[in-house]
Design a binder for this molecule. Structure first.
Ligand code: ATP
Length: 456
């Protein structure tokens, strides 16, 4: 197995229409990325698989799609306006900006946990250990300043009448503020869940590592509302479910690990991340948090509206606890690509690049390849039939070997070759991406076979 590097992934994504640099013809815009024709399909399939697992297959979870722009009081209640910040330091020599916690983590190679330190302690560590600027190598820092990560904008018809509003830095608050709306309209009984997939924005000090940390990204979040006393059990259950989802997507167990948080927010009872072994090392893929009744209590306090749940069985009244499970769609996409990427040397010495991901995630489930151009009419007929069932790509350009390689590179799990036998008996050759084995099937048999394989 060849080593997966970020450079290889970025190059493959650009060459094959998976992900392009943002605003490229204008020289780009740092750390923004555009999903191309293949990438948007893969990302949609990732989001669909998540939604199916956590909403569709759940007895008691419901979706929302809340507004990105919310009343600013939401962010006061959630604490984001005061404490959603990172400790930043500027290098006075090269004028680059860095996170003090990241400098310490990198310098100590993970041995020191900056989450447990105050800003003064971090500054003292950086002085004492003479931590140089990773960009220019000099040691000439400004003091630490806290930097709020929320993107501000304003609304109002005249300049004098402008109100400060924010692009949401997480989707979770749209789920909390709709707690009673969802509960009433679905008549759900606690425990139940609210899920949402949507864009979030953070003015990250040090974005980077391709789509791992960007300033605009998508989150898939699920809040489970439960009664105090049952929260420990549900926290354990969501840890298990979050891990099971990743394993079912095809991740190797040895590439995933739980990491408990050493320092908890004052309101939290427990928190952990699942980390993935990315090309740049172990890093957070998703988080699971026991947030107690903090979120709903704060919104009740700040909005002045009751968010108390009345238990229909014993008439008890309480504010539910929340178990939050949150995963970035782009971070998961990067992990899926890194996990699937392989370079295989074939018997004839040729190297093929292949993405071995789950067929449910693949942009196209099948490729229709006429062996020769004069078989195009028959091939196009089969293409038309198959694409009413799932997404299928058609390719008649170049040798059949080259066309197989192109499909391997974007992870198309099955290629159907239309040849002269197709004219005689109506069958096509179905080639498996992973084993490269071939079988002959009728188009109807191929549809049933593929539909079975793409089920998640
Ligand atoms: P990190 O420590 O990496 O900054 P976080 O702990 O702040 O992440 P959360 O606020 O818990 O992250 O967000 C939930 C999830 O959203 C993360 O696990 C990650 O998958 C995703 N996420 C957070 N920030 C970004 C970002 N800047 N770019 C892409 N995905 C992100």
């Amino acid at each position: 197995m060849a080593e997966v590097t970020m450079e290889k992934l970025v190059a493959l994504c650009k060459a094959r229409g998976i992900i392009f640099p943002g605003s490229e013809i204008y020289g780009g815009m740092g750390n923004t990325w555009d999903y191309g024709p293949v990438g948007v399909e893969i990302k949609n399939n990732i989001k669909r698989a998540w939604w199916k697992r956590f909403v569709q297959e759940s007895e008691n979870s419901f979706g929302v799609d809340a507004a990105i722009l919310m009343n600013s009081r939401v962010w006061e209640a959630s604490g984001h306006t005061t404490s959603f910040s990172d400790p930043k330091m500027d290098c006075k020599k090269c004028k680059t900006r860095h996170r003090a916690d990241t400098l310490i983590e990198a310098h100590s190679k993970g041995a020191v946990n900056p989450d447990l330190m105050t800003n003064d302690e971090m500054e003292a560590y950086i002085q004492e250990h003479h931590v140089n600027c990773p960009n220019c190598g000099n040691f000439d820092w400004t003091p630490i300043r806290t930097f709020n990560l929320m993107f501000e904008t304003s609304r109002g018809v005249t300049d004098e009448n402008q109100n400060r509003i924010y692009l949401r830095p997480e989707t979770a608050q749209g789920e909390f503020v709709n707690f009673l709306n969802v509960q009433r309209t679905t008549r759900a009984k606690v425990p139940f869940g609210i899920a949402q997939i949507g864009k979030a924005f953070r003015n990250e000090i040090t974005p980077g590592n391709f789509i791992f940390r960007t300033i605009e990204f998508e989150q898939m979040e699920h809040q489970w509302f439960c009664k105090e006393g049952t929260d420990g059990e549900y926290y354990a259950e969501f840890k298990e479910k979050a891990m099971r989802f990743l394993l079912d997507l095809g991740f190797k167990a040895e590439h995933l690990r739980f990491r408990d948080h050493d320092k908890l927010a004052h309101y939290a009872r427990a928190a952990c991340d699942i980390q993935y072994l990315y090309p740049m090392g172990w890093s957070e893929l998703n988080g699971i948090h026991n947030r107690t009744d903090y979120d709903l209590s704060r919104h009740q306090e700040y909005s002045g509206k009751t968010l108390t749940y009345v238990d229909p069985i014993d008439n008890s009244r309480y504010i539910p606890y929340v178990i939050e499970y949150s995963i970035g769609a782009d971070r998961l996409m990067l992990a899926v690509l890194a996990e699937a990427y392989d370079e295989e040397t074939l018997e004839n010495g040729e190297v093929r690049n292949v993405l071995h991901f789950h067929p449910a995630i693949a942009a196209y489930k099948a490729a229709i390849l006429p062996l020769q151009k004069n078989l195009a009419p028959q091939a196009k007929e089969i293409w038309a039939k198959l694409r009413t069932r799932f997404s299928v790509i058609y390719d008649e350009a170049g040798s059949i070997g080259k066309r197989y390689r192109r499909q391997d590179e974007i992870g198309t799990p099955f290629s159907l070759t239309v040849d002269f036998d197709t004219l005689e008996n109506g069958t096509v050759t179905l080639r498996d991406r992973d084993t490269m084995q071939q079988v002959r099937l009728t188009p109807d048999e191929a549809i049933s076979f593929i539909e079975e394989k793409i089920r998640f």
